[in-house]
Write a protein that binds this ligand. Structure first.
Ligand code: PLP
Length: 334
């Protein structure tokens, strides 16, 4: 299958599976799973944070961050289209008793500081306590500029807020900017990183933060049923992903640019040619029956999510030749 639905569909390679097979394991709830401990120590060094926590998913890592920063009755400010507001089942409110305050994202994915400032609640019993600003990078494939992140740090300092990054795809942002990941993560009090998207691990995310913050998050992880036992087999895959699959993310970005170019040569698709890391967005003209097209291509082993607003995602299981195959198949069916 050639699968453009998401970068979550990547399958562990033979080398990754070998590492998993041979990973030393213990019981991580007792703190003695060697491979989990090794991954968390590696992550502390790699991201320059004092503590790291291996989590089952990005959703869990974000929820733990929110619950570690905020108490019941507190509030976090985030984008209207933020994953940890829109796509995580309302977990912060449902499970954390934390109120979200979404702000409309600007076209470039940022949040306007004036709008954030206007949404911060006064210290008054009528209001929730505004505690945290949560940003996302990349967001919809878009990269937030480094000077915006620096400005966000300054802003939260002025307003006594903490700053969280949903960095599910932060490595894609770093690859696009051609900087080390720490140029991005240094501005934040906590960062979540997905190992199971473009990095190609089967399962897992990291949460990074201070010792005090991660100690709270570790407790909530157990409460939420996220205390995993012989998790080292998964952690080993995560560490392999960090060690081997970061550099090649720029290949995915080059493939996305190639896919955008090729798609724009076909009739019926209006392709957004703006740089969006490993995602290509296109709208379909009314004459395209996108459901039928998706069904036809599925029969040929090509998967994409059918919608009038297409999102096609490149990742380590998509080659340039796969893109040619896809474009040829599309051309034959439109
Ligand atoms: C995928 C994603 C997550 C978390 O996803 P899981 O499927 O729970 O691992 C969080 N934030 C963003 C921006 C994402 O794209």
């Amino acid at each position: 299958m050639i699968d453009f639905r998401s970068d979550t569909v990547t399958k562990p390679s033979k080398a990754m599976r070998d590492i998993m097979y041979n990973a030393p394991v213990g019981d991580d709830v007792y703190g003695d799973d060697e491979s989990v401990n090794q991954l968390e120590a590696y992550a502390c060094e790699r991201f320059e944070f004092s503590e790291a926590l291996f989590c089952s998913s990005g959703t869990q890592a974000n929820l733990l961050a929110l619950m570690a920063h905020c108490e019941r009755g507190d509030e976090y400010i985030c984008g209207q289209s933020a994953h940890n507001y829109k796509f995580e089942g309302g977990g912060a409110a449902v499970l954390g008793s934390i109120q979200p305050q979404p702000i409309e994202n600007e076209a470039d994915g940022t949040l306007c500081f004036n709008k954030i400032a206007a949404a911060i609640k006064p210290d008054d019993n009528h209001f929730a306590n505004t505690r945290l600003l949560s940003l996302e990078n990349t967001i919809g494939g878009k990269v937030l500029a480094l000077d915006y992140l620096a400005a966000a740090r300054k802003f939260v300092n002025q307003h006594s807020l903490s700053l969280h990054l949903d960095g599910a795809r932060a490595f894609n942002a770093a690859a696009d900017l051609n900087v080390d990941i720490t140029a991005i993560t240094q501005h934040f009090d906590s960062v979540s990183i997905c190992l199971s998207k473009g990095l190609g691990a089967p399962v897992g995310s990291l949460l990074l933060g201070s010792k005090a913050l991660i100690s709270k998050a570790r407790r909530w992880r157990k409460v939420l049923g996220g205390g995993m036992r012989q998790a080292g087999m998964l952690a080993a895959a995560g560490q392999y992903a960090l060690e081997h699959n970061v550099k090649r993310l720029s290949d995915d970005h080059a493939n996305a640019r190639y896919l955008a170019q090729q798609l724009s040569t076909l009739n019926g698709f209006n392709v957004n040619m703006k740089n969006t890391t490993n995602m290509v967005y296109a709208s379909c003209e009314p004459n395209i029956n996108i459901q039928q097209l998706a069904a036809n291509l599925k029969a040929q082993g090509i998967l994409f999510s059918p919608s009038k607003q297409l999102r096609l995602v490149t990742h380590l299981d998509i080659t340039k030749a796969d893109i040619d195959t896809f474009i040829k198949a599309l051309a034959a069916h439109i």
